[in-house]
Every structure is written in C-alpha cells, then in structure tokens.
Design a binder for this molecule. Structure first.
Ligand SMILES: Nc1nc2c(ncn2[C@@H]2O[C@H](COP(=O)(O)OP(=O)(O)OP(=O)(O)O)[C@@H](O)[C@H]2O)c(=O)[nH]1
Ligand SMILES: [Mg+2]
Length: 373
C-alpha cells in the first residue's frame, strides 16, 4: 500500500524516517516540527517543514498541546502545499500521521492536520499513529504532565482520524535488560514497529502474488472510516535451518503455526495492550517459507482469532518469503473496546493531583463521534 507518512514532532519524525528506511519504494514521507534540531537528524526524509518559526525561533513548544495546535493551524497552508506536491508525485492511497501523544508539537499538531487532510482529500483515509509513553523512573511532576498530555491528546485525536493505531512504548520494555539507553530503546521500538507494519502493508505487493493476496482495499476495509482505534499483534518463531542446525529453532508443523497465530493477539504481543474481544474487525498475515504456510493450520488459527476477537470473519493474506528464518503471524485488530490502559493513566493523573483541566474543545471543525473510552 502506498502510504504518505507524516511524522509530526520528534517521535513521529523518527518513526516516519524509519519507515522510509525499510521501504522507500512504497512509501513517501514528510516531517513537520517546531524544533529545527529534530528535523536535521532525519536522513531518509527529504521533505521537512519547520512550523512556528517566527514565534518559537525553531526551539519547540515545550509539551504545550494548545500552543502546538494553534501553530499548526496557522501553518496549514504551508504544510498543505508541501503535501499537495507529494500527493502529485507519489499518489498515496492513505495518509498516516505519526506522533507521540505525550509531547506538544506532534500531539497538538496532528489532529489539526488530520482535519484539514480529510476536508481536502475526501476519498483518501487519514490514519493516526499515537505513541503512548512509558513513565517508568520518571519524577512525579514529569509523570503527571506526560500522562495528562497523553490522555488529553488521545481524546482530541479521537474526533479527527479515520483510524488511530496505538503504540505503547511500555510494551517494548525489556525487564531483564537494565542498561539500555533511551535512544536505543526508542530505536528498537521504531524499527520493530516499522518492520511489522511494513509486512502488513506490503503483503499485497509481493510478486509473484501469493495464494491469498492481502490488498490495500482489505487494509482499508479492516481499518474502517469511523475513527476506530486499532492495535497490531506480532508473534514470530525462529525456524530450524539445516545449514545452521546448531542454532536451534523449531521445526514448524501445523500445531506450531496455529500457536503462533493465536499468540499474536496475546496482550504482550500487541502494540497497545488490551483484551481484543469485542473488536470490530481484524486481519491476519502469515509470513514464512512457502512450504510452512499450511492451509489447514491457517484456517484453524483464523477461527481461533475469530473466537478471541469476536470478529465474524478475520481477513487473511499470505506473505511467502523463501529466505525467511522465521515463521510469523501479524494480526491487525481494529475497533478495540478495552481502554483500561488509558483509564489507568487517568486514575494515575488524578492520584498525582495534576492541575491539568479536562480537555478543552477549542477545536471543533468536522468533529466526529468520539471513540468509546
Ligand atoms: N517510540 C518512540 N517514542 C518516542 C520517540 N521519541 C520520543 N518518544 C516518545 O514520544 C513522547 C513525545 O515526545 P516528542 O515526540 O519528543 O514530542 P514532540 O511532538 O516533539 O513535542 P514537543 O517537543 O513537546 O514540542 C515522549 O514522551 C516519548 O515517550 C521515538 O523515537 N520512538
Ligand atoms: Mg519535540
């Protein structure tokens, strides 16, 4: 699927940059920031826009969502001109805006831009990718600001996108590794996420075509247009290779594949942790060597996903890869209904006695029904 990634703010920019590193044929990208320094480091994105230059002198908004939304609003025509050029050049099938929900620039700017994109490009879906922060080890004043920003921006976002994919940094924490730097950790999140998403988004593009093609229209149908919230699960097992028998790995049989498919929607395997039952739609991609893509196991695994998600019919596609060292399942679950992770954040904000007011509705153009939270 041809995606125009729009990286808003620092986290968003780095994620869009990572996406471009993985597939620059299918993807195009634009980075937007209020901070000059953050744009400079993005090597794989050629199109970059610094907004709020006169007000902020390229030094950022310092986690202020409302200020960021105002600046984005003022910069809309400048940003839309750049997007128009990219649209003409690359003809994207969807826009996907990525940003950290806890910051200022990306959190506040993204929904303003989403609203304008939907107004101008009526037939092109506008998706969001919201990064949920981990607050482990943060002092409590910083934790309060981080969490209240996240809750507030999620509520704002939920009015403006056709779908929001949530990605929780906490899901990628490694309990047994205590000395990983923040930079390395973010890099690992961004890279894993980009690989997983790219497998899903490019499954319909591989040639020769697989048995079951998962096309762009099926991704769009799974994501829907009504502001659903989605999560992606990933489970992979290394396979035993004759040439490298000493390295271990498993001998993939039907049972192993069924189990991999089922484990792809376990809480710990998801980009956003939740109970997947009660979802609105789902799609499964199985990637591995063609001889390991057992039809029977896939069909059993799919039925199991239908039970777990309570989705009537899970969409499916193969991703055959002759050289793969893994057998893996990727499941996109959309229209999730369990937001206990965000509820828990709200409770924590109250507990920390944050002064943060309830989200103000300062921005009301094109409001759609909020997602149930
Ligand atoms: N996964 C991931 N998360 C990141 C990365 N960088 C920052 N974050 C997270 O995103 C949150 C928001 O931070 P930024 O993206 O830096 O914020 P911003 O949009 O630039 O906003 P301001 O700097 O406040 O104007 C942080 O609290 C981190 O939790 C990254 O590269 N990857
Ligand atoms: Mg920033």
């Amino acid at each position: 699927m041809r995606v125009l990634w729009i990286g808003f703010g620092q986290a968003g920019g780095k994620i869009a940059d990572t996406m471009m590193g993985i597939n620059n044929k299918l993807y195009s990208a634009l980075a937007i920031n209020t901070e000059q320094a953050d744009l400079v480091g993005l090597d794989r994105i050629r199109d970059k826009v610094l907004i709020g230059r006169y007000l902020l002198k390229g030094r950022g908004v310092g986690a202020d969502i409302d200020l960021a939304a105002n600046i984005a609003e003022k910069a809309l025509s400048q940003v839309m001109d750049r997007i128009d050029l990219l649209v003409r050049r690359h003809d994207p099938e969807v826009f996907w805006i990525c940003a950290g929900l806890a910051g200022g620039t990306g959190a506040g700017g993204s929904f303003v831009l989403a609203n304008e994109l939907k107004r101008i490009y009526k037939n092109t879906p506008v998706y969001g990718m919201g990064i949920i922060p981990s607050v482990s080890g943060m002092p409590s004043d910083k934790e309060a600001l981080t969490l209240s920003n996240t809750v507030k921006s999620f509520e704002l976002w939920s009015h403006y996108f056709n779908n929001i994919l949530l990605v929780d940094n906490q899901q990628y924490e490694q309990q047994h590794v205590s000395r990983e730097s923040m930079e390395h950790w973010y890099h690992r999140v961004n890279y894993n996420l980009a690989l997983t998403l790219t497998t899903l988004l490019s499954a319909g593009e591989i040639r020769p075509s697989p048995q079951e093609v998962f096309s762009s229209s099926e991704i769009i149908a799974t994501m829907g247009m009504i502001g659903d919230i989605s999560t992606i699960g990933h489970c992979a097992e290394e396979i035993k290779l004759k040439s490298r028998f000493w390295r271990g790995g498993m001998d993939p049989g039907t049972h192993e594949l069924e189990s991999i498919i089922e484990r792809s929607v376990e809480r710990s395997a998801l980009t956003f942790p939740c109970d997947v039952s009660g979802a609105r739609s789902a799609a499964l991609i199985v990637k591995g060597r063609p001889k390991h893509l057992f039809t029977q196991a896939i069909s059993v695994g799919k039925s199991r996903l239908e039970q777990l998600t309570t989705v009537g019919k899970v969409r499916y596609g193969d991703y055959p890869d002759r050289n793969s060292k893994y057998l893996s399942a990727i499941t996109l679950v959309s229209g999730i209904t369990d937001f206990s992770r965000l509820e828990q954040m709200k409770r924590r904000v109250a507990e920390l006695g944050s002064e943060s007011p309830a989200p103000e509705q300062t921005y009301t153009d094109g409001v759609q029904e909020p997602a149930a939270v």
